[in-house]
Design a protein around this ligand. Sequence first.
Ligand code: TTP
Ligand code: MG
Length: 362
Amino acid sequence: MRAIISSHKNFTSSKIIHVDMDCFYASVEIRERPELKNKPVAVAGSSASRGVITTCNYIARKFGIRSAMPSITAKRLCPHIVFLPINMEKYRLISKEIHKIYKCYTKVIEPVSLDEAYLDVTNSEYCQGDPEEMARQIRMKIHEDIGITASAGIASNKFLAKIASDWNKPNGQYSIPDNAIKNFILKLPVRKIYGVGKKTEILLKSNGINTCQDLQKLSKERLSGLLGKYGRTLYSLSRGIDLRKVESHKISKSLSVEDTYMVDLTNQEQTLNELRLLYLELIKRLNMEIYKKRIIKSCYVKIKFNDFKLTTIQKSSEVINYEIYANLLNKSLLTNRKSIRLLGVGVQFNNESISQLNLDIS
Ligand code: TTP
Ligand code: MG
């Protein structure tokens, strides 16, 4: 019986579904304001210094509006856009509800963010073991019970499932059965591969590598020579091979909160005020059930200056308090006199031991 189930529709090894909500924060907000359904909507910070868009609906995307764009630019592109404030608490609750739906199909769920998760349904007997039908049902239930739409990708590994969930967005799904991988992967642009950011893309392109087909022509050694350890990963990914498991108990190594400012931070007092706000948000998140028993290894401040130079400064510490972050920030400001575009605060966890956090909310 199980052999028949696991070979459903050419998914001969594993069956992974990647589910990703469509314009998540915006969908949640529009759900509560049906009059906005056919209007361009963006979710952004409320005060002038925090006017960066987190996401926008697909109507707004037609005007060229995107995540991380300053609200002022969005307004220029689409003067009648409706801005709505962020409500993280609400998104967290909805994410929990969505996970209840996933749990009806499998116990092996790896959350990636509030709106994204991998489901390993290899051993699930629902829908006669058909992962495409499971994905359809999951999306239908999310729509009926939660009132927002989701897209899904189905494949035998995480890499392909994630690419597939983006293929028919919004409100769609796409499947890459094992016998379709070979053809699918050839035309895939390198930028679609996880880990290939702007810099790697430029490096690859300058070597005449634009697609996975181009990558396949290079030996493991040549790719390692170009990109170090990641070159070996690319060797496998360009052939559609990804051995990462769906990890339902994945332990995060760090937690951070950051903000990009519409108006650069130029003076120390203003920067320290923003740092405090970020610190308080970090404390709030560290108090969530999943982090309560983690031990902190170090604290760090992340800064992107107005010339886009990125720097991270950290200090080993099992205790977290505002002074540590303020000192780290001041240290960096001594050597850099540029104005600040992005500020972030975070902690790294000690993954060997898990006990009570030492928090100071002064
Ligand atoms: P995404 O899944 O990347 O985007 P999305 O769900 O809004 O849109 P899509 O239909 O393309 O999946 O991110 C999920 C949420 O995370 C998004 O609704 C808002 C938040 N987010 C930010 O706050 N800042 C960002 O830069 C991005 C990309 C997302
Ligand atoms: Mg999404």
